[in-house]
Design a protein. Structure first.
Length: 236
């Protein structure tokens, strides 16, 4: 290979190397999930004027008003105190043994006998069978999960019975990746504490996800070929 061919090869690889450096050095910004977007409070209509009244319903501010979330757009802090633990064990054993003996039958009043090839001796039509099957199986599974932290969500709907539908998302950009905490569910107003917070264990129909993306998440993910070998599609 001469100098000209070497230069052409380097020029051909330059765009590929440049793209790899750009992709490896950039860190994408966290992506918002529209399903967990905050709800905006409903803007009140213009305050009426010229009726001679000093106070109007819906516009007065009370000094002793309860500041806990109760309207669409209000903020509510959720204390994540999730902890789950599950253990499962199974053991199976099966054994079967079968023995069958068939005597030499009587044909035309005689029990047939014959002489086998040289060295095998005499024989008849009697035979015996025996089979044994033994199976043992044992499995065990254990799983434990813990999730602690805080996330502030917004009230997106007030139900007819006063319960609050909430949802929210927290996005964190850390080093070479992003972390997402998403939550939605139904909160009973009586479970909201005086500091406008509620524990996640008191949320009905909860959806809580903690996921990530980026270089660290990709390195911790199993490749598609490895997933195939441990899937139900693998016959061996």
């Amino acid at each position: 290979m001469n100098h000209t061919d070497t230069s052409r090869g380097l020029f051909a690889l330059a765009p590929i190397l440049l793209s790899a450096l750009v992709l490896g050095g950039c860190n994408s910004a966290p992506v918002r999930d529209p399903a967990y977007a905050p709800a905006r409070p409903v803007a009140p209509p213009p305050e009426p004027t010229g009726d001679g009244s000093l106070y109007h319903d819906g516009y007065a501010l009370s000094w002793f008003e309860d500041l806990r979330a109760h309207r669409v757009g209000d903020l509510l802090t959720v204390r994540l105190v999730e902890r789950t633990q599950a253990d499962k064990a199974a053991k199976t054993s099966a054994k079967k043994s079968t023995v069958q003996n068939i005597d030499n039958p009587t044909l035309l009043g005689m029990k047939p006998k014959f002489t086998g090839p040289q060295g095998l001796g005499a024989g008849d039509l009697s035979f015996a069978t025996k089979s044994e099957h033994d199976f043992k199986g044992e499995s065990a599974s254990s799983q434990s999960n813990t999730l602690n932290g805080d996330i502030t969500v917004t009230v997106v709907q007030v139900l007819g019975n006063g319960n609050l539908m909430v949802r929210g998302e927290k996005r964190l950009g850390i080093n070479q990746g992003n972390e997402y905490i998403r939550l939605s569910g139904i909160v009973r107003p009586w479970d909201v504490s005086a500091d406008n917070s509620v524990e996640s264990t008191k949320i009905a129909d909860p959806t809580i996800t903690y996921v990530g993306d980026g270089a660290v998440a990709d390195a911790n993910a199993m490749g598609w070929l490895a997933r195939f070998f441990i899937s139900a599609l693998m016959p061996f």
